[in-house]
Design a protein around this ligand. Sequence first.
Ligand code: PLP
Length: 497
Amino acid sequence: MFLETQTNLTADIKIDQFFDSQSKYTYQEYIQKVVNYVTNFLNNENFYSGESPNNLRLKTDLLRANPNATLSIDEALKEIKELYLDHTVAFHHPNYVAHLNCPVLLPAVVGDLVASSVNTAIETWDQSTSATLIEQEMIRWICSEMGLPTVSDGVFTSGGTQSNFMGLLMARDHYAFKHYGLNLKENGWSDIVSKFRFFCSEKAHFSIKKNAALMGMGYNSVIPVATDDKMKMQPNALVQAIEKEKQLGNIPIAVIATAGTTDFGSFDPLDAIAQITDEYDIWFHVDGAYGGSYILTETHQHLLNGIERADSITIDFHKTMFQPVCSSAFLVRDTKHFKYVSYYADYLNPLEHRDSACPNLIEKSIQTTRRFDALKLWFTLKMTGAKTIGSFLEKVHYLALDLYYSIKDDTDFEVAHKPELSTLVFRYVASEVDFDTINLFIKNTLFKSGQASIASTKLDDKIYLKFTLLNPKSTIDNLLNIVQLIKETGRNYKTHN
Ligand SMILES: *Cc1c(COP(=O)(O)O)cnc(C)c1O
């Protein structure tokens, strides 16, 4: 009769799949089943099955065979087990030592499940209510750990890359406003901006250059500053670089210090750099994506001295606070600087209805729809506690030191540095084969076989291996096992090639 009320049969059945009060038993059933499958993933023997990329592609192709067929929960779980859970990379595995991926804490997983199910969108009060307050509370907590003043503020972001973007953007727009009365947000590019220069160490994260490019300023607006033999920015070299750019007619606007470089875990001397940014009256951003969380430790807190003088800070909870991705924050010394990113949309957060009792976090973010990622951290602080997180971080640091002392005199290896944080960069040198070739061979062979995942990086244009340790349950024996695998693989190259 009425076309509008005609529905097809499948839609009638599938309407059960919405998360609502009628489907609560289905929800429980699904979650229980999925928990069983995910628990089984923990039984995987290796960090990765070693299945070849071609076979994985073939499995994925099968999915294309009948895109309209729908599966039951059991069928879907079985399929995803064979396609993904059996073959994906397990960051909790002791033989996973490649990148800055941490094993996650169970309280954080609980928080993520709640956040995904309830599906709060955090950007406005009318979509989130107390979730907004919880995010702000997490921000207040970390700002106070960092020693920032009470006018400080922050926002959760998708990661260190986005947080660094916000730092560079604020530094630029603030400088343009303060010194030239320019409103770049409203009026866009001005020629003078072509002369603006950022300074960071040559070991800083690539996202500094990438973000400068995204901001239309190009890689060349980022001036690399020399590091010392401990991979830390040299304050003298910073001053020289600033002076040189000024002589060239360019305009220094910000220094980005790294607290925990990605490869070497080195901390730039924050206090000395703060002194310099004060003298030149320019922005001081600290990229603490990796090392920022070490503010919770006793061993490393002193390396963060001076972070309380920063204009803005990046910190990644999904690296060193054992949170599932994404969970990261951008912190700013003075909340008023958020004006450089805020926008007032009639349908979401009209300026005339601004109400401090019901804040709209969209005014601080470059995202619009945004996950309630702060909830994971809330569960973690409540159930694990900040002090314990600090002790986990100390543990992985000592693990890196143990490894260093175990291999530094081993003639099979050349070790690039003494770990300041929880990475160790070294290379295998017991070979007649070109060292770059043999080290890449070792890394690729161990990955492909599912035996161990190690990273590689470059130092002085030479290829090195890198261990990144973020698993406090790992032991020195676990690590020496991987070292043994490296040696065997290195020796095998000779016999097989
Ligand atoms: C990992 C890292 C980043 C980037 O963070 P994402 O969360 O991966 O976007 C930035 N800076 C440093 C020092 C890092 O180690």
